[in-house]
Design a binder for this molecule. Structure first.
Ligand code: PLP
Length: 384
């Protein structure tokens, strides 16, 4: 193909993939093996032991690197295992600044596990960069960002943050789970590490738990590979295969996810019983302009509150929904509903939750790829 650079949709299908040598299988097989034969000590086909590397996982890692415009991909047993590996780059006394509005499990890992090892975490609203700068000191090592944030859908300016990170020699890590590389490519905006819960959109079918990291820098990749192998939180060949298969349809799924979400966001905005709607594609969204600049569309995660901010009413709506299944998680082909205050974000103290706008009546939707008329009809009957 000479100098022609393949585009995103092609990358999801072919990026980093090589034909299988044995039988010419078009899809990378599930190499369900723990070890590999050597013809003489240290002489082998590139694989020694599956914690270190496995051909199916390797194919997935190459695909991840390709779709995120990185050089090195690393796959883990879950999104949190991927974050855990990043935090092991640091030592006692180091500090991390994180978005205050983040996945509850990430918050729990930071505050309940790594704080025990003497790593200090600061949480702040990164839409205000001045207050972020005040938290930077000589011990700061990394800025951790989710955008869009969960579940308030704030948008954080990755490019502006990357300038601050570079000026202060900090790593910038972006949890790109909500946006996916279909919508936003943080490495191109200056981030050093992209993290995914591939459990969500990348795998896309609610049938696997898997995590990923992608980086450009080879030295950083080497350190993370060392941690991946030393700590061992890898994913198995079957889960690698399922995620690799999911990625091949990421672009078609994301297109439909976004189209459906737009129609639902407009429906909710116009509904007399709904108070606030949080979706970055709405012109009234406070960070709409940043979203327009750094994302190619606005994603399919929507949060909303009811009139009077009633906990009871919110629970009633959720109970009455038929097509939107009440469940944790997101990003699958099927639509899900969730009550963050009592589910995904229950591990964050109420006071802290409400500071970031996460009130008791907040309902979060993961809009699937069903017929949108059916989804709107379901929401309409549940809200009435
Ligand atoms: C689900 C999720 C995680 C954690 O990933 P697991 O695969 O569940 O371990 C991290 N960040 C975000 C934004 C998530 O949605």
């Amino acid at each position: 193909m000479g100098k022609h650079k393949i585009k995103f949709n092609t990358k999801t299908i072919h990026g980093g993939q090589i034909p299988e040598k044995g039988y010419g299988a078009v899809m990378t097989p599930i190499y369900q093996t723990s070890t590999y034969s050597q013809s003489s000590p240290g002489v082998h086909e590139g694989f020694e032991y599956s914690r270190t590397s496995n051909p199916t996982r390797k194919a997935l890692e190459n695909s991840l690197a390709s779709i995120e415009n990185g050089k090195h991909g690393l796959a883990f047993g879950s999104g949190l295992a991927a974050i855990d590996a990043v935090l092991k780059l640091f030592k006692t006394g180091d500090e991390v600044i994180s978005t205050n509005n983040l996945y509850g499990g990430s918050y729990r890992l930071f505050t309940k596990v790594f704080e025990n090892f003497g790593i200090k975490f600061h949480f702040t609203e990164m839409t205000d960069l001045a207050s972020l700068k005040k938290l930077i000191n000589s011990k700061t090592k990394m800025i951790w960002v989710e955008t869009p944030t969960n579940p308030m859908m704030n948008i954080i300016d990755i490019k502006a943050l990357s300038k601050i990170a570079k000026d202060n020699k900090l790593l910038l890590a972006v949890d790109n789970t909500f946006a996916t590389p279909f919508l936003q490519q943080p490495l191109d905006l200056g981030a050093d590490i992209v993290m995914h819960s591939a459990t969500k959109y990348l795998a896309g079918h609610s049938d696997v738990v898997l995590g990923a990291l992608v980086v450009k820098d080879s030295q950083l990749a080497e350190k993370l590979h060392f941690i991946q192998n030393a700590s061992g939180a890898i994913c198995g060949p079957m889960d690698s295969f399922l995620t690799l298969r999911g990625i091949k349809t990421l672009h078609v799924r994301m297109k439909r996810h976004c189209e459906n979400a737009k129609k639902i966001a407009i429906f909710l905005t116009n509904h007399s019983k709904i108070d606030k709607v949080f979706w970055p594609g709405l012109k009234t969204h406070p960070n709409h302009q940043i979203a327009k600049n750094q994302m190619s569309d606005f994603g399919a995660m929507i949060s909303f509150t009811t009139n009077g901010n009633s906990y009871k009413k919110a629970i009633k709506i959720i109970e009455n929904l038929n097509l939107f299944t009440l469940a944790e998680s997101l990003g699958g082909v099927e639509s899900l509903s969730c009550h963050p205050a009592s589910m995904t974000h229950a591990s964050i103290p109420k006071k802290e939750r409400e500071l970031s706008g996460l009130v008791d009546s907040l309902i979060r939707l993961s809009v699937g790829i069903e017929d949108v008329e059916d989804l709107i009809s379901d929401l309409n009957q549940a809200i009435r």
